[in-house]
Design a protein around this ligand. Structure first.
Ligand code: SAM
Ligand code: DTB
Ligand code: SF4
Length: 323
């Protein structure tokens, strides 16, 4: 009989997750891991229910940062058309369409290292307008100072997305223009301002399996752990330094989702970028492993997403409802 070291782990545990117990989860036979993840999922969430968040890039490309995965960095030639901050009416039109399609949350993304104070003013107007449509609001604008986070919260921003991306050890291989501690500081500023945290990472960037353990350790030990945890599968964009990498084993992606579910029981674990490249069976395994949120809409920020039409068909086949 296989005994899991994680069976003692509950949402009320006081002991932080350590690497050995996270590694032990990754090492479980896949069916045991999925069974455990689905059990934790059903104890904490409505089954057969997926939360839908739509994305809009409100400022595209020409980013000064050097994130090796990102098509929006000014350092790589990806052929992306850059766009200045989108006018309010266009943002509202996109949010209105997302709501009509069934999205619950609208996330506005900007290719900034950090916003200028005038950007915060403009985005604040958009946040208020999106909220007035009856959507939950989320933004991802880069690093935030405490007073910027407060202004966004005052404007009605409910969630802020800022990813740790990978383990602290591997991070320097992927980004040199800001540190892991910079990211943690922004997350703290977001919390201090009273907003909910959306924070996850990317797999498939050439990291080791131990790096995946390290990312989960960093996320699960945030106090409190994030309300939303996006697990992205690298979208390989030609022209970026990671554009030619090999795919990871799909079962390893499922494991990542399951371990996120078990270590952060109450979080919405989002099956994020990379869904367009996944078949229905792999996505379904991710839902079995406890994913209960997706990015919904034909586009992510600059890359294609699984289409709304395809998602509707898949959810109908699986008996999945929007939350
Ligand atoms: N510029 C802001 C920042 O980096 O914080 C916000 C936008 S940025 C595009 C948001 C997140 O998208 C990144 O942290 C990264 O996790 C994810 N991302 C970007 N490019 C990706 C790709 N090619 N594949 C998967 N995820 C990606
Ligand atoms: C997150 O974790 N993934 C989203 C969202 N947060 C902002 C972004 C994925 C971007 C994929 C590449 C693109 O579309 O540019
Ligand atoms: Fe810029 Fe964000 Fe892309 Fe990094 S991930 S290059 S900060 S847009």
């Amino acid at each position: 009989m296989i005994q899991s070291t994680s069976e003692q782990s509950t949402d009320t545990q006081t002991k932080p997750w350590d690497r050995d117990s996270i590694q032990a989860l990754f090492d479980l036979p896949l069916m045991d891991l999925i069974y455990q993840a689905q059990t934790v999922h059903r104890a904490n969430h409505k089954p057969n229910t997926v939360q839908l968040s739509s994305l809009l890039s409100i400022k595209t490309g020409a980013c000064p940062e050097d994130c090796k995965y990102c098509p929006q960095s000014a350092r790589y030639k990806t052929g992306l058309k850059t766009e200045r901050l989108m006018p309010l009416d266009k943002i509202v039109a996109a949010a209105t369409e997302a709501k009509a399609n069934g999205a619950e949350r609208f996330c506005m993304g900007a290719a900034w290292r950090t916003p200028k104070d005038s950007d915060i003013e403009e985005v604040s107007e958009a946040i208020a307008a999106v909220k007035a449509l009856g959507l939950e609001t989320c933004a991802t604008l880069g690093m935030l100072k405490p007073e910027q986070a407060e202004k966004l919260a005052d404007a009605g921003l409910e969630y802020y997305n800022h990813n740790l991306d990978t383990s602290p050890e591997f991070y320097g291989e992927i980004i040199s223009t800001r540190t892991y501690d910079d990211r943690l500081e922004t997350l703290e500023n977001v919390r201090e301002a009273g907003m909910k945290v959306c924070c996850g990472g990317i797999v498939g960037m050439g990291e080791t399996k131990t790096d995946r353990v390290g990312l989960i350790e960093a996320l699960a030990n945030l106090e409190p752990y994030p309300e939303s945890v996006p697990i992205n599968n690298l979208v390989k964009v030609a022209g970026t330094p990671l554009g030619e990498l090999e795919d990871i084993d799909p079962f390893d992606f499922v494991r990542m989702v399951a371990v996120a579910r078990i270590t952060m029981p109450k979080s919405y674990v989002r099956l994020s970028a990379g869904r367009e490249e996944m078949n229905d069976q792999l996505q379904t395994m991710c839902f079995m492993a406890g994913a209960n949120s997706v990015f919904y809409g034909d586009q992510l920020l600059t890359c294609n997403n699984a289409s709304v039409e395809h998602d509707r068909e898949l959810f109908a086949k699986l008996g999945i409802n929007a939350s």
